[in-house]
Design a protein. Structure first.
Lengths: 323, 332, 389
């Protein structure tokens, strides 16, 4: 189901017209590729290995806490592939105020929010799937974040990524979610192992956080991914759409990118369709993306991404050092 | 797997909880270690078996089979929305999609409650179909698409295998590439899209265009050891349409693209790319992958057209035979 | 506008003439009109307007013929395909008419904790089953934990318009329970054959198993047109017969149960396999016209329909299910094809009213015996030799 919108059909029609002009006029007068301002903070939860808080004016607020626990492999020495995939657990919860309260069974995500028939579902919505998918996909040349979680023979870290959303809608911006998770991952530190690597006894760690190891080494790549939502109306492409723009848009994509080298070039690690309202247009209009539009949408994201990721990374590190 | 609360509506296993069998690599027969490598060329999709109208008591249905993938789609409706005070006015038909794996459809047994990946598949199926259906023709009604997956191409028992050969503590990296499970889901999703379109056509629901699913994967040569071969990448890229789960010998998958494609309108209704695509040449790498997936979707569109045509022919034949009996009875 | 035919176009199955209107309304017509022919309907419309009468008219023919063209004692042909699924350890697809079910058997491993008593897993719990019937384990205290054989039926697959999506409803729950009870009563699987041992201790008969195979038997209904019980049970039996579990053994070094895909763990089934045959009992009224619909209070006679479809099931006032088996005195396979094969009734379950006569029940057991032989024959034709005890 598309996100519910408080706008009336005439309002949507007006928005549709103004957004399909050349040049388009966005309701908040941003340019087509301009992001909304956001407030970002990280490492503010003392009991978490990594945490972040992102505030976006209209889209609401998102708090992410990452905790790592030491866990024994199911088999004494080696884990099967299925067991390894359970090493990371992502949960997304909407706190009050949203169109759907926690546990109501309606998916969270703005990417995949279609709630099915109730009573057959478990857990939370598609956002968790999509966030985890981005994390696991974001590896290259055999590198995987799961490798970083191996402690020693028979032991690994289990990573809990808990996302708490304080938003007025059940379809929060994917940008809000992914920047928050990105920052939290970037600020995650794990205690340093003091016992030898190849012994399968209970591992011992140093309690000195000054020598703890970051989950993502700051100088190596790939970096944690970030997802940019982009919608299209007519021939115009808009980055970081607001709720009203999503309701009006004809098509939408979420493009997930990760920094691949120090020069600031990015890799595309994922593209997904985004649920949009398709309101305001006429019947028989565009029903999907053609190739030309696809290129335009993804190119817009790629052009903007490296700067966004770099700025976000710098903010994180500035705050980490201050702390 | 420690059991949670028992399901009140179903028969439950013993409270101890049960685990899927775990294999030892030394014990696996060679056939399961090396899944069959089809000798089909990379630009050819597997044979698709698609039949419509097998379930008599629903509006439309279809059954699809691609190699091991078997799924059945039922379309219920259009039927009126329940008349409750909370039902909003719907100027357009409300579409719901449900995708459910049978408990025995994949390597790891799935429960009866839909897990997050099943719901994710459902919402992406929704996304790919919703634009194609002429929903404005069915106000105040709902259309339900229910997909039951009976069997799927999965990684096999290898994902649940412990590698413990003497002196060798490492994984066999065959299935360890990123997006392995997602590629399996992608093939399922493409099948769901194609079969659901056929079932919608069988139900006689008006659509702008049929949506067919396509999958493609880009592979590169596997570099042994730490040899960095970034430069030579582009020449060695291999694009495979409708990929099997196991990558070909010595190849490593980079990225997979799944899409729902409306061939007559040349529009993509749902797009899902996962993997790693460079952006040095802008979006060229992605576009090439998308084009391959579109080509795969065009091939399955052919099968879809045949299935739809078969159904139309059946209806026409039936109508003709009844009018003929009419005539004879009138003259007689 | 009265008196005109609702629908005068004959359809392909228009074998009989149905008249519902009495002459009374015709006399109320405006004067000066030629009396019009009585109100007639097409067969399909008649079926919708008065399904009960429609079925009864069919059954009053000589010989009685059901609307689907079958004789009352005739059952639909069925087809069986086994082991067509790649991930299930055993599977069967059964189609009879427009009913199609898929059954998959998957084994999962239950590891015993040191303090557990394995004997509770090796017996079928009769007491708990009767408890289901007396006060309903689901109704009062919620569901209970089950045994090594876990049977469930799923109908939320879009198999029928009438069955809603969502969590299992009354029908699915009742069927799951019924099938579970059949498995318990007939002792289909030898539970002690599911034990997993430490291979080094195997020669010692007193040693206790380290774990068990827990069999998840899931029946998915793909298309529903009546008599799900027969098809589901047949699919379960066939899937169990065809099931091949990997060899499992306890590894002392790893303290975990590992499987070996190259050899099989045998599931021992009982020697003669039981099969279910379901009948629907439909009332017949000798009186004609609209009275027949209202005569359910004093039914003069009733007729037994073998293998009812969903339309007949809706009209049925009673149902009768017979669990019977082909008795094999010796394991000679040729014997099974002999027509004089003896069959035995193991269980009769009847629900509904009190109209069925004793002689009819006996007749049903004979029909069930015939179908059982057919079931058995098809299973053999699939080339399935059960590991029997």
């Amino acid at each position: 189901m598309p996100p519910p919108t408080p706008l009336s059909p005439p309002e949507l029609s007006y928005l549709f017209t103004s957004l399909s002009l050349t040049p388009p006029i966005r309701p908040d007068l941003r340019s087509a590729s301009q992001f909304r301002p956001l407030i970002a903070e990280c490492s503010f939860l003392p009991h978490c290995n990594g945490s972040s808080r992102i505030c976006m004016t209209e889209a609401g607020e998102c708090i992410v806490g990452i905790k790592a626990e030491v866990e024994k492999d199911a088999t004494s020495k080696y884990a099967t592939i299925i067991e390894r995939e359970k090493w990371i657990e992502v949960s997304v919860e909407v706190a009050g105020g949203g169109a759907s309260g926690p546990g109501s069974g309606v998916g969270v995500g703005g990417i995949s929010g279609a709630g099915g028939a109730s009573g057959r579902d478990e857990g939370d919505g598609g956002a968790a799937v999509w966030l985890k998918e981005g994390l696991l996909a974001c590896g290259g040349d055999g590198w995987s974040i799961l490798d970083r979680l191996v402690i020693s023979k028979g032991w690994h870290w289990k990573l809990y990524i808990d996302v708490l959303l304080l938003t007025p809608t059940s379809h929060p911006s994917p940008l809000l979610l992914s920047t928050a998770v990105n920052m939290a991952l970037d600020s995650t530190y794990l205690p340093k192992l003091t016992s030898p690597h190849d012994v399968d006894d209970i591992p011992a760690f140093s309690d000195d956080w000054a020598i703890s190891v970051p989950l993502y080494e700051p100088t190596t790549f790939p970096r944690p991914p970030i997802s940019l939502p982009v919608v299209a109306i007519g021939d115009n492409v808009f980055l970081d759409p607001s709720v009203a723009e999503v309701a009006t848009a004809e098509v939408g994509l979420v493009v997930t990118l990760a920094l691949s080298d120090a020069d600031g070039s990015c890799d595309i690690v994922g593209v997904r369709g985004m649920e949009v309202g398709r309101a305001g247009g006429k019947e028989g209009d565009r029903k999907g993306i053609n190739r030309k539009l696809l290129r335009k949408m993804v190119t817009t994201c790629v052009n903007e991404a490296s700067e966004v990721i770099k700025t976000l990374g710098e903010t994180t590190h500035k705050q980490m050092f201050r702390a | 797997m420690a059991a949670k609360a028992p399901d009140r509506r179903r028969n439950n296993p013993p409270s101890h909880g049960t685990n899927p069998p775990v294999f030892l690599s030394t014990s696996l027969p060679s056939s399961t270690i090396k899944p069959e490598q089809a000798s089909r060329p990379p630009n050819e999709i597997r044979k698709i078996f698609l039949r419509t109208g097998l379930v008599s008591s629903v509006t439309g249905s279809s059954f699809l089979e691609i190699a091991p993938l078997k799924l059945s789609v039922s379309v219920l409706g259009p039927r009126p929305l329940p008349r409750t005070s909370t039902t909003p006015f719907a100027a357009q038909a409300i579409l719901t999609t449900e995708v459910k794996f049978a408990p025995f459809a994949s390597t790891v047994r799935r429960g009866y409650l839909r897990d997050s990946s099943e719901r994710d598949l459902g919402s992406r199926l929704y996304q790919s179909l919703v634009g194609a259906i002429r929903r404005e023709l069915y106000p105040k009604s709902r259309i339900e698409v229910v997909v039951t997956i009976l069997d799927s191409e999965d990684e096999g028992d290898e994902v649940n295998t412990v590698y413990m050969e003497e002196g060798k503590a490492a994984f066999e990296p065959t299935f360890r590439d990123a997006g392995r499970a997602e590629r399996a889901l992608g093939v399922v999703l493409a099948g769901c899209i194609t079969a659901a379109s056929a079932a919608l056509a069988d139900a006689g629901i008006e659509m702008y265009d049929l949506v067919s699913g396509g999958v493609s994967t880009v592979l590169v040569d596997q570099f042994d050891g730490k040899g960095k071969g970034k430069e030579g990448d582009s020449e060695k890229r291999l694009y495979v349409r409708d990929p099997a789960i196991a990558p070909p010998e010595g190849k490593k998958p980079l990225a997979t693209c799944v899409l729902g494609y409306m061939a007559a309108r040349d529009e993509i209704s749902e797009l899902w790319i996962l993997g790693k695509l460079g952006t040095k040449n802008g979006t060229a790498e992605m576009e090439e992958l998308v084009d391959e997936a579109i080509a795969a979707a065009r091939s399955s569109r052919g099968v879809l057209n045949e299935a739809a045509k078969e159904r139309v022919q059946f209806i026409v034949d039936k109508a003709q035979s009844t009018t003929q009996t009419d005539d004879t009875e009138m003259t007689g | 506008m009265t008196g005109t035919a609702f629908d005068s176009i004959p359809t392909d199955t228009n074998k009989y003439v149905y008249q519902m209107a009495s002459p009374a309304p015709m006399s109320l017509e405006p004067h000066g009109h030629i009396p019009k022919p009585p109100l007639t309907f097409s067969t399909s419309l008649f079926r919708h307007i008065s399904p009960t009468l429609f079925l009864q008219r069919h059954l009053l023919q000589n010989p009685p013929t059901r609307p689907n063209g079958r004789q009352p004692h005739q059952y639909r042909d069925f087809t069986l395909t086994t082991n067509s699924l790649s991930h299930a350890h055993g599977s069967a697809v059964v189609r009879t008419g427009d009913t199609a079910v898929v059954c998959g058997v998957r084994g999962e491993i239950l590891e015993l904790a040191p303090g557990d008593d394995p004997s509770r897993f090796e017996t079928y719990h009769h007491s708990s089953t009767s408890a289901v019937h007396s006060y309903g384990s689901r109704g009062s205290g919620g569901a209970s934990w089950g045994e090594l054989i876990t049977i469930n039926v799923e109908l939320s697959t879009g198999c029928s318009k009438k069955y809603p999506l969502g969590p299992p409803g009354t029908l699915a729950q009742a069927l799951s329970d019924q099938l579970r009870e059949l498995a318990v009563v007939s002792k289909l699987v030898n539970l002690s054959s599911l034990g997993i041992y430490n291979p080094e201790e195997r020669h010692d008969p007193t040693v206790k198993p380290r774990g068990y195979w827990c069999l998840y038997i899931d029946v998915l209904c793909i298309s529903l047109d009546g008599n799900l019980l027969d098809a589901a049970w047949y699919a379960i039996v066939a899937a169990l017969v065809s099931a091949k579990l990997p060899k499992a053994s306890w590894s002392q070094a790893e303290e975990r149960i590992f499987c070996d895909g190259s050899s099989h763990h045998p599931i021992l089934l009982r020697r003669s396999l039981p099969f279910v045959t379901t009948f629907a009992v439909v009332p017949i009224c000798e009186s004609t016209g609209m009275d027949a619909i209202r005569c359910s209070g004093n039914i003069s006679t009733c007729i037994v329909l073998n293998d009812p479809d969903s339309y007949e099931e809706e009209e049925a006032i009673e149902t009768l299910a017979v669990l019977s088996t082909v008795v094999c005195e010796d394991s000679d396979v040729d014997q099974i094809n002999a027509p004089s094969m003896r069959t035995r009734v193991e269980k009769i379950e009847k629900t509904g009213g009190w109209n069925l006569e004793e002689s009819q029940i006996i007749h049903c057991t004979h029909l069930a015996a015939a179908k059982t032989r057919d079931y058995d024959r098809v299973l053999l034709r699939e080339g399935l030799d059960a590991v029997q005890i």
